[in-house]
Ligand binder design. Structure first.
Ligand code: ZN
Length: 267
């Protein structure tokens, strides 16, 4: 049983502000360490549950947050950016996927640092189902037959994952009462809970997320000039002042198209 641990940072214990996840800010060093240890808890749990290999993919910003020298063996680390499959690079060779430190999609109330890829993306739909990073990444996982079996993050992120994927293993590490305000649970307890949940996630019955094709992607941006730029993507079309559409026959192509649109939109 091969495990991919796809890690982000906004849903790590204690994170409530962009400063916490911003390289260069003096507080960032603390939180990258917390991120590394939360991933370690998931590695240990995966091994407890019988994992034969564990790969970790660092999915926050440029993928240079996890401290490789502190990462528990035998896990390997996908670090740096851009990787072909970005936040879920490595899923090509995984059976189960754990989302660690994830956050809710753009415009979710009471969700720490909710967003979808960049702050310019207001909404994303796959065949009319609204998704955020959880849904986009889970769809890529599903297209390779890999099952997302664990989510950790704030209460809103966990709820978003369960609404989409069904009752997977989950650990709520904080409960937000705003976009930048939360009640944070004890870090040590969160790590113990993540290890426990990761072991359970190795055996729990879960299904891969399968999205029908052709797959219609819709992305709502913030300003019309961002759509003007994003329309350079071949095959895209405007469907409203700040909405762009692109249709593809496989999930990975749609994932590439989404990242191209987000990139072209700029800031
Ligand atoms: Zn992030």
């Amino acid at each position: 049983m091969r495990v991919l641990i796809a890690a982000d940072m906004e849903g790590i214990s204690g994170v409530v502000h962009w400063d916490h996840v911003q390289p260069g800010h003096f507080e960032y060093a603390r939180f990258r360490e917390l991120m590394t240890e939360e991933v370690n808890a998931a590695i240990d749990g995966a091994l407890d549950g019988g994992a034969t290999s564990v790969v970790v993919t660092d999915g926050h910003r440029d993928g240079r947050n996890i401290l490789v020298e502190k990462l528990h063996a035998p896990a390997r680390l996908n670090s740096g950016s851009p990787a072909p499959l970005s936040m879920v690079e490595g899923v090509q060779n995984a059976d189960r996927v754990f989302f660690i430190g994830y956050h809710a999609r753009a415009n979710t109330p009471d969700a720490i640092l909710c967003h979808t890829w960049t702050d310019q993306v207001r909404g994303v739909w796959l065949n009319d189902r609204e998704v955020g990073e959880i849904g986009l990444n889970a769809a890529v996982c599903g297209s390779f037959g890999a099952r997302v079996a664990l989510i950790t993050g704030d209460r809103a992120a966990v709820q978003e994952a369960i609404d989409l994927l069904g009752p997977i293993e989950s650990v709520v590490v904080k409960s937000a009462n705003g976009r930048m305000s939360a009640e944070c649970l004890p870090v040590e307890e969160n790590r113990a809970a993540i290890r426990h949940a990761a072991a359970h996630a190795m055996v729990r019955q879960v299904s891969p997320l399968i999205i029908g094709t052709p797959l219609r992607l819709r992305v709502e941006l913030t300003r019309p000039d961002q759509i003007d730029r994003a329309l350079r993507l071949p095959g895209s079309k405007r469907s409203g002042g700040v909405v762009i559409e692109w249709t593809g026959n496989d999930v990975v192509s749609v994932y590439y198209a989404f990242r191209a649109i987000a990139g072209l939109a700029g800031s």
